[in-house]
Design a binder for this molecule. Structure first.
Ligand code: PLP
Length: 398
C-alpha cells in the first residue's frame, strides 16, 4: 500500500534527536531551527519528559473519560499557575484544529450566535469550522464552505469597528493569532488586539486567541496575546504543549460554563498525553523557558537585523520571520542541504524560525554563522553565473 501523498517532503530520514539537534540515518547532524513545526518546546527527547512518559506507559496509557483521571487535574493546576490563568477551565483535545473547532463551537453555544470573525492570512487548522476560518481557499472543501465566517483585513482597526457596528449582535467570536504563523509571521498590533477585546465586551462576543503556534511560551510570554495586556475568553493550544506528543487544549474563562455532553472526544486527556504535557510544564517552569525564549529571541532578532540580505525581521521571542530576497530564494534549501540547518518557510519568500524554547545562545550563534555563510555562498554563485554570461560583469546581482 502507498502513502496518501499530500505533502512535498525532503529526502531525509530523521532517526534520532536531542535538544536542538536531530540526526539522519546516515549519522548526519542537523540544527533544528524549525522545532518540527513549532512543536518542540523543551527540546527533543528531554530526559524528564522521556522518564515521565515511560513511567506512565508502564502504569496505564489510556482509559476512557468515564472515570477519574487525576493527572488531568494535575496538568490543569500546573498550567493555570504557569500561564497565570488559574481561574480558567481546561478542556483537553488532541490537536490544534480540534482545539479551534471546539473553541468556535463553544463560543456559538455560549452566545447562541453563528458569525465568526477571522482575518486575512489566518490559519486555524483543517477540520470543518477551523478550515472555514482559514484564509486559504485551496484547503477548504465545498462541504466546509459557509457564510458564517467573515474575513476582515488583519490589523485593520477601522474594518473591525465598522463590521461590529453593522453586525456586532450576530458575532459569536473573533478568532485571532497574535502572531500569524503560516501566514508569514505577521504580528498583530497591541491596539488591534485591544480593540478586538473592547468590541467583544461591548457586543458580548467571545474573543478566541489561537495560541497554537505563537503561544505556550514561544513569544516570550506564556500567551502571545498577553503582550497586548488583555485576556482572551478562550485560548487554544497544541503544538508545544506535548513537545511532540499529540495533545491540545482550550483554556476557558470562568463566565463560560460547561454543560454535560456539550463537548467530547474519546482520546482527549488520556493518561499518556497528560504525562507528556505535565513534563513539559514542569521543565518550562524549572528551566524558566518563557523568559529564556524572550532573551534568546531578542538576541537572535538583533543579530538578524545586522545581516544585509535578511529583510524585514519580525516576530517576538522564538517566533521569528524574515524575507529572503528573490536572488537568493533558495536560501532555505541551501541551509538544509549545505549547512544542515532546518528552518520553516512561508510562501513565497519568508523564512520562519521556530526553534525549541531551550535553545542556547551558542546554538543560535551556530545558526547565524551558517546563515551568513549560506548567503555568501549563494551570492558567490550569482557572481559566477553573471560572469559566465556573454558580456557579463562579475558583480553580484543586487
Ligand atoms: C495558528 C495555528 N492554528 C491551528 C493550527 C492547526 O494545528 P494542528 O495542525 O495541530 O491541527 C496550526 C498548525 O500549524 C496553527 O499554526
Amino acid at each position: 500500500m502507498k502513502l496518501f501523498d499530500v505533502y512535498p517532503i525532503n529526502d531525509i530520514n530523521i532517526v534520532k534527536a536531542k535538544g536542538s539537534y536531530v540526526w539522519d540515518d546516515k549519522g548526519t547532524q542537523y540544527l533544528d531551527m524549525y522545532g518540527g513545526h513549532a512543536v518542540i518546546s523543551i527540546g527533543h527527547t528531554n530526559p524528564h519528559w522521556v522518564r515521565r512518559i515511560e513511567e506512565q506507559l508502564n502504569a496505564i496509557a489510556f482509559y476512557s473519560n468515564s472515570v477519574q483521571i487525576p493527572i488531568q487535574k494535575q496538568l490543569a493546576e500546573k498550567l493555570g499557575k504557569l500561564s497565570g490563568k488559574e481561574d480558567y477551565q481546561l478542556f483537553l483535545v488532541n490537536s490544534g484544529a480540534e482545539a479551534n473547532e471546539n473553541a468556535l463551537k463553544l463560543a456559538s453555544f455560549y452566545t447562541g450566535r453563528k458569525k465568526i470573525v477571522a482575518f486575512s492570512k489566518a490559519f486555524h487548522g483543517r477540520t470543518s469550522l477551523a478550515v472555514a476560518a482559514t484564509d486559504n481557499k485551496n484547503i477548504v472543501a465545498p462541504v466546509n464552505e459557509t457564510d458564517n465566517i467573515e474575513f476582515l483585513p488583519f490589523n485593520d482597526e477601522e474594518a473591525l469597528k465598522n463590521y461590529f457596528q453593522s453586525h456586532g449582535n450576530n458575532v459569536a467570536a473573533v478568532i485571532v493569532e497574535s502572531i500569524q504563523g503560516v501566514g508569514g509571521i505577521n504580528v498583530a498590533t497591541g491596539s488591534f488586539l485591544q480593540l478586538a477585546r473592547t468590541l467583544c465586551d461591548q457586543y458580548k462576543a467571545v474573543l478566541i486567541a489561537d495560541e497554537i503556534q505563537c503561544g505556550y511560551g514561544r513569544s516570550g510570554k506564556f500567551f502571545c496575546i498577553d503582550r497586548a495586556g488583555i485576556n482572551a475568553d478562550i485560548y487554544t493550544m497544541a503544538k508545544g504543549m506535548g513537545n511532540g506528543f499529540p495533545i491540545g487544549g482550550i483554556l476557558i474563562a470562568p463566565h463560560i460554563q460547561p454543560k454535560h455532553g456539550m463537548l467530547g472526544t474519546t482520546f482527549r486527556g488520556n493518561h499518556l498525553a497528560c504525562a507528556a504535557a505535565l513534563a513539559v510544564v514542569e521543565v518550562m517552569e524549572k528551566e524558566n523557558l518563557v523568559t529564556k525564549a524572550e532573551e534568546v529571541g531578542n538576541y537572535l532578532i538583533s543579530e538578524l537585523k545586522k545581516i544585509d540580505a535578511v529583510r524585514n525581521v519580525r516576530g517576538a521571542g522564538l517566533m521569528i520571520g524574515f524575507d529572503v530576497p528573490e536572488e537568493i530564494k533558495t536560501l532555505r534549501k541551501h541551509l538544509l542541504f549545505q549547512h544542515q540547518v532546518f528552518t520553516g518557510e512561508s510562501k513565497p519568500n519568508v523564512i520562519r524560525l521556530l526553534p525549541a524554547l531551550s535553545i542556547s545562545r551558542k546554538e543560535v550563534d551556530e545558526f547565524l554563522s551558517a546563515l551568513k555563510a549560506s548567503i555568501q555562498e549563494l551570492n558567490n554563485q550569482k557572481t559566477v553565473e553573471v560572469s559566465n554570461e556573454p558580456l557579463g560583469v562579475a558583480v553580484p546581482k543586487p
